[in-house]
Design a protein around this ligand. Structure first.
Ligand SMILES: Cc1ncc(C[n+]2csc(CCOP(=O)(O)OP(=O)(O)O)c2C)c(N)n1
Ligand SMILES: [Mg+2]
Length: 587
């Protein structure tokens, strides 16, 4: 007998799903049975925690532009999926969550593990969350969950009571009150109307100092962004998720923006007279031009994201690449190259500053140095993920990406614990490419260590076995320690900030991986080289100095004052910080 669960799996395959990230439980056992019967036509990948399953599904979407699928049991399993679903919502990724539920006859009875899942998912998956209560309903619920996830780039959720999973599959009968859905979705190519393009071109052509800001939405539009920027004599800044969209080696790419950003991006936004924003939801308005100082044009595929961070004069709904291609013939060549030359000079100087900062000693290791030395050694086609913590500062600033690299980060949600699951999903999607994850010790202890066990379970199936985890072991929740000092004016609060030390390298050995410790500067380059030459996963533990400040590109007087006050209020690391900050600032 073909069950509802068998039909579900059949339909997932028809939607092109090759892999599901999920964890079992009695609420979802019917589906597990069907997955087992489906053999190797579709794979279940088992992480250590449902949160990781949802991050993996989101990572799959981020690395492939396909729908990611995760699965969990009723109650606690479903609850554990939430963070990954919010990650997808915040970064506009299509994922489908499939959750078990208690049998229909028990619902409303405070049964064990009974959670009102429709309410639980109502916020995160508000675009589509549905419980399947009879077999003939399943087909359209699956079809809609996929189509809506893809069309709106959102998480959606299918809830399946355990008894329904075991019923005989049924197509909807041809009668009143039934729904007859079909498969498939192909994204349209969206280009704004001709009049709007003309209005946008007028704004851009009249600019003398044009700044371009790109985000994740520009990741397939690198060439077009460059052509438009060349025409306008503009510089290009990259929000964090837009980092892989253009190589950092280009002379007028100013790099990151915001707290993690660069001085040339800060200055370009401060001094520009025109802003062109492409596919970005970059949230920190204080790093964009002051209102009224620049005229603005924005391109986004999602109208909800338009004129949200800066009041734009022209708001274009469109796909980045074809919209920029349609705009190009309307743009005049800017013959005055002074603005462009200023930007290039600032960028060149900034790379020198970063090099000097990276080459300063740390106690024992200046983390910037590791990222700096890694840049020229990054394998082509490397898959990168970076967690939330100070590593994202060094990743954003110091790592010089070239064309072809793929990268993922939890941007909108900025959740700790995403980098490891993302990297695992990346390896399943591209098993012949090397992967690297940059993770703080806090994020490692939160869930990275557990997901290394998942790597141990699967890595031998990956054609290129290189899965390299860089752990910044600073024994501190360092990013927040700095936030407490600079944004709150409070000294470091050891009870909330100190982390227990742990031997990440020894743990790697326990799992059969290579484990390296970088605790002296002279070990940095040889360790990076051995890691890249290895034929198995590796953990590189960087004994990182927590007192090297992740300096913002610009410090307000208030931030500087709060910072000094924080140190004077008895910060346990005050003297070390003053020494390290002075060295960084002199650089
Ligand atoms: C799930 C979650 N909890 C808490 C935070 C707040 N937070 C942001 S960065 C950070 C510290 C990260 O520490 P670690 O991983 O050790 O990296 P470090 O900053 O020390 O390099 C914290 C607690 C968060 N972003 N996500
Ligand atoms: Mg840390």
């Amino acid at each position: 007998m073909k069950t509802v669960s068998d039909f579900l799996i059949e339909r997932l395959k028809a939607w092109g799903v090759a892999r599901i990230y999920g964890y079992p439980g009695d609420g979802i056992n019917g589906v597990m049975g069907a997955l087992s019967r489906a053999g190797d036509t579709i794979r279940l990948i088992q992480p250590r925690h449902e949160e990781a399953a949802a991050f993996m599904a989101c990572g799959h979407a981020k690395f492939t532009d396909e729908v990611g699928v995760c699965l969990g049991t009723s109650g606690p399993g479903a609850i554990h999926l939430l963070t990954g679903l919010y990650d997808a919502k915040a970064d506009h990724q299509p994922i489908v969550a499939i959750c078990g539920q208690k049998p229909r006859r028990a619902l409303g009875g405070e049964f064990q593990q009974e959670v009102d899942l429709l309410s639980l998912f109502k916020d995160v998956a508000h675009e589509y969350v549905e419980m399947v209560t009879v077999p003939a309903q399943l087909r359209h619920v699956v079809d809609r969950a996929f189509r809506i996830a893809l069309a709106h780039r959102v998480p959606t959720c299918i809830i399946l009571p355990s008894d329904v999973q075991e019923l005989k599959a049924k197509e909807p009968p041809h009668e009143h009150g039934t729904v007859h859905s079909g498969l498939g979705y192909s994204a349209p190519i969206v280009i704004p109307g001709a009049d709007d393009l003309v209005r946008a071109a007028e704004v851009l052509n009249s600019g003398k100092r044009v700044a371009v800001l790109i985000g994740a939405g520009a990741r397939h539009a690198g060439d077009e962004v460059v052509r438009v920027a060349d025409r306008l004599g503009a510089g290009i800044a990259k929000a964090l998720l837009g980092k892989p969209a253009l190589p950092d080696t280009m002379p007028y790419v100013t790099g990151g923006i915001g707290m993690l950003g660069t001085r040339p991006s800060y200055e370009m936004m401060r001094d520009c007279d025109t802003l062109l924003m492409v596919g970005s939801g970059f949230p920190y308005a204080e790093f964009l031009p002051e209102e009224g100082h620049a005229r603005g044009v924005q391109i986004d595929i999602d109208p909800r994201m338009l004129s949200l961070r800066y009041p734009m004069e022209v708001n274009l709904v469109g796909d980045a690449a074809p919209t920029l291609r349609a705009l190009l013939p309307l743009l005049q060549q800017n013959e005055d190259d002074r603005w462009r030359r200023t930007i290039e000079r600032n960028v060149a100087e900034w790379w020198q500053t970063l090099e000097k900062r990276a080459m300063q000693d740390g106690e024992p290791i200046n983390p910037q140095r590791v990222f700096w030395e890694l840049s020229p050694r990054l394998p082509e086609n490397v898959l990168l993920s970076c967690d939330t913590g100070t590593s994202v500062h060094w990743y954003s600033r110091d790592l010089k990406l070239r064309a072809g690299v793929l990268a993922a980060h939890s941007g909108g949600l900025a959740s700790m614990g995403a980098a490891m699951p993302y990297a695992i999903a990346a390896k399943f999607a591209y098993p012949d490419r090397p992967a690297m994850a940059f993770v703080g010790d806090g994020a490692m202890q939160m869930n990275g260590l557990n997901e290394l066990i998942t790597v141990a379970k699967y890595w031998q199936q990956w054609k290129d076995p290189r899965f390299i985890v860089f752990v910044l072991n600073n024994r501190d929740l360092n990013m927040v320690t700095w936030e407490q000092r600079v944004l709150e004016g409070d000294p470091k609060f050891p009870a909330s900030q100190d982390l227990p030390d742990f031997s990440y390298a020894a743990y790697a050995h326990l799992l059969g991986f290579d484990g390296f410790v970088i605790d002296e500067a002279r070990k940095i380059v040889p360790t990076l080289e051995s890691t890249l030459a290895t034929r198995r996963p590796a953990v590189v533990e960087i004994v990182a100095d927590p007192n090297i400040p992740p300096l913002p590109p610009h410090t307000t007087a208030k931030q500087a004052k709060d910072y000094l006050l924080a140190l004077m209020k008895g910060d346990p690391d005050a003297m070390k910080i003053i020494r390290a900050s002075a060295k960084q600032l002199f650089a």
